[in-house]
Design a protein around this ligand. Structure first.
Ligand SMILES: [Zn+2]
Length: 116
C-alpha cells in the first residue's frame, strides 16, 4: 500500500486528451492497435507495475481458471481510453500475455461497436 501513497504524492502525468479525441474520431482498429499510451514509458508506471507484480506475481485470469501462470502484463480492468483510471490499483490486474491479448481483442471489438 505504501507504494501507492508514494505515487500519489508525485505529480502524475495525464493521459493526453487530444490523443483520446483523435482516437475517438478515427474509431478504427488500426489507430487503436498502433497507439501506445506514452504513460507506459514513465518511471511512475514502471514502479507501479513492479509493485503490483511483486504483490501478485501470477496471472489473475489463469488463477480463476485453476492454473498458475506467471503474469507479465499489468492490465487495466476498465481500459483507460474508455474512461478507466490509469493509476488506481483497483483498476489494475496482473495477467499473462495470452490472457491480456485475448482481453484486448475483445475490448477492440467492443470499442468498434461503441464508435460505429
Ligand atoms: Zn493468464
Amino acid at each position: 500500500m505504501l507504494y501507492l501513497l508514494n505515487l500519489k504524492s508525485l505529480s502524475v502525468p495525464k493521459f493526453p486528451e487530444n490523443k483520446l479525441k483523435q482516437l475517438g474520431k478515427v474509431g478504427g482498429s488500426y489507430a487503436v492497435k498502433t497507439f501506445v499510451n506514452p504513460l507506459y514509458h514513465t518511471k511512475q508506471w514502471k514502479a507501479l507495475r513492479l509493485a503490483i507484480l511483486r504483490d501478485e506475481p501470477t496471472c489473475r485470469e489463469c488463477r480463476e481458471a485453476g492454473a498458475i501462470k506467471l503474469a507479465t502484463v499489468i492490465d487495466h480492468i476498465r481500459p483507460v481510453r474508455l474512461g478507466g483510471e490509469m493509476w488506481n490499483e483497483d483498476n489494475l490486474q496482473p495477467l499473462c500475455l495470452s490472457c491480456h491479448q485475448r482481453k484486448s481483442r475483445s475490448e477492440r471489438t467492443a470499442k468498434r461497436e461503441d464508435y460505429d
